[in-house]
Design a protein around this ligand. Structure first.
Ligand SMILES: [Zn+2]
Length: 178
C-alpha cells in the first residue's frame, strides 16, 4: 500500500525539474553567436603548421618566411571576402519594396558592413605584422618582450602579445567594463 503511494508521489514531483534542463539550454546559444568573428581567423591558412628543427632558434629565417606566407595568404583570403561582401551589397541594394523584407535586408547589410569593418582591421593588423617581420621584431611580446611562441602565432599570426600579457589585459578590460 505505501509503495504505490510513494511511486505516485515521485511521478508528479519528477516532472518539475525536467523543465529546468530545457531552460538551461538557452545560454548555449550565446557561445555560438560569439564564434562569428573567429570564422575569419580560422580560415586564414591552408599552410601546414611550421615544424621547428632541432635546436632551431626562435624566429629563424625559415620561420619568418613561413609566417610571411601565412600572413600573405590570409590577407588574400580577406581581400577576397571583402570583395564578395562588396559585390553582394552592390547587387542586392534596393531590391525590396516590402518593408519587412527591407528591414531584414538592412539587418543583413549592417551585419555585412560590420564583417567588412572587422576584415579591414585584420588586414591592417596583417600589414603591421609583415612590417614587424621585416624589422626583425615579429613574434615578441609588445608588453614584456618574451617570445609569443610558435603555437600561439600559428593560431593568431597577428598576435602582438604573449598569452600571459593578453590574459592579463583581458582581465583588466573585464574589470573596467564591470
Ligand atoms: Zn608578454
Amino acid at each position: 500500500m505505501t509503495k504505490t503511494k510513494t511511486v505516485a508521489a515521485k511521478k508528479t514531483t519528477k516532472k518539475a525539474p525536467a523543465k529546468k534542463v530545457v531552460a538551461k539550454k538557452a545560454p548555449a546559444k550565446k557561445v555560438v553567436a560569439k564564434k562569428a568573428p573567429q570564422k575569419i581567423a580560422n580560415n586564414k591558412s591552408k599552410i601546414a603548421a611550421y615544424k621547428s628543427k632541432k635546436n632551431e632558434k626562435y624566429m629563424s629565417d625559415a620561420m619568418k618566411r613561413h609566417f610571411v606566407a601565412v600572413l600573405l595568404l590570409w590577407k588574400e583570403h580577406l581581400l577576397d571576402e571583402m570583395q564578395k561582401t562588396f559585390d553582394h551589397l552592390k547587387t542586392k541594394g534596393e531590391t525590396y519594396a516590402d518593408p519587412v523584407d527591407r528591414a531584414s535586408q538592412e539587418e543583413e547589410f549592417a551585419f555585412e558592413l560590420r564583417t567588412r569593418d572587422r576584415e579591414r582591421k585584420l588586414i591592417s593588423k596583417i600589414a603591421v605584422s609583415l612590417e614587424k617581420i621585416k624589422q626583425d621584431d615579429y613574434g615578441w611580446c609588445d608588453s614584456c618582450g618574451d617570445e609569443i611562441g610558435i603555437k600561439r602565432l600559428e593560431a593568431r599570426p597577428t598576435a602582438t602579445h604573449c598569452i600571459d600579457c593578453k590574459t592579463l589585459d583581458e582581465i583588466k578590460e573585464k574589470q573596467l567594463n564591470g
